[in-house]
Design a protein around this ligand. Structure first.
Ligand SMILES: [Cu+2]
Length: 204
C-alpha cells in the first residue's frame, strides 16, 4: 500500500514587512572593509556581533570603506549597493531587507572577501501521512519578533515570540479547521482544513 505524503507549506513572512518599514528608529549596522589594506570585510550589529541573521525591516548601515584597493558591495532581494574600489569612503545607507539571503563582498577580491546573512521569516512545513491523522510539523522560526501559533481541534501549540530556531512537533489532527498565526501581529495568519475522515490512501 503506497503511503502518500501531503506537504503543506505556510509562510508568515510577507505580512511582516509594513510594520518593520514604518519604524522610525532604524537599527544600526556597521560594515568595515580593508583596514590597513588587509583583506578583511565585516558586517556587524550595534553590539559588535557579526551579522548572520536579521529580522526583516529597514536598517541604517554605516559603511567604513577604509581602503583604496577594496570596497563594500551588498546585494540581495531589493538591495544592490556598493562603495567604490579605488577610493576610501564613509557612507551611510538606509537599506530595507526582506526575506531571503544577502551577500556582501569586495568586488576586487570576492572569492576571499565575502560574507552572507539571512533575513526573515516564520515558516513551517506540515507533513501529513496518508491514512492517519498524525502530522509532523517542522517550524522554522527565524525572527525574534513573531512566533508560530497553531490552534484547532485538539491542538494548541506555539513557539515563543522571542524564540528563534527550529522546532518539530508530532501532532494528532482531527477533522476541522486549523489556524496558525503570530501572536505579536494579529494580521499575520493563515488557515487550513483537515477532512474528518483520514486523508485518502492511494490505490491499493
Ligand atoms: Cu578587496
Amino acid at each position: 500500500m503506497p503511503v502518500r505524503l501531503i506537504v503543506v507549506c505556510v509562510s508568515l513572512v510577507a505580512l511582516l514587512l509594513p510594520s518593520a518599514a514604518a519604524r522610525a528608529d532604524n537599527p544600526l549596522l556597521e560594515a568595515f572593509v580593508g583596514a590597513n589594506d588587509a583583506y578583511s570585510i565585516r558586517l556587524q550589529d550595534a553590539n559588535g556581533t557579526r551579522v548572520t541573521h536579521l529580522d526583516a525591516g529597514t536598517y541604517t548601515l554605516k559603511v567604513h570603506d577604509l581602503s583604496t584597493v577594496h570596497n563594500f558591495h551588498l546585494a540581495g532581494p531589493g538591495v544592490d549597493m556598493a562603495t567604490a574600489v579605488e577610493e576610501a569612503q564613509e557612507a551611510t545607507w538606509a537599506v530595507t531587507f526582506t526575506d531571503g539571503t544577502y551577500t556582501y563582498v569586495c568586488d576586487a577580491h570576492s572569492s576571499i572577501m565575502r560574507g552572507t546573512f539571512t533575513v526573515g521569516a516564520v515558516s513551517s512545513k506540515l507533513t501529513i501521512l496518508a491514512g492517519t491523522n498524525t502530522v509532523m510539523v517542522a517550524v522554522n522560526d527565524r525572527t525574534r519578533t513573531d512566533n508560530f501559533h497553531l490552534t484547532g481541534p485538539g491542538v494548541n501549540k506555539k513557539t515563543g515570540i522571542a524564540f528563534h530556531g527550529r522546532a518539530t512537533w508530532k501532532l494528532a489532527l482531527q477533522g476541522g479547521r486549523y489556524v496558525y498565526r503570530s501572536d505579536a501581529h494579529k494580521k499575520v495568519r493563515g488557515a487550513f482544513s483537515v477532512p474528518s475522515t483520514p486523508y485518502p490512501r492511494g490505490p491499493n
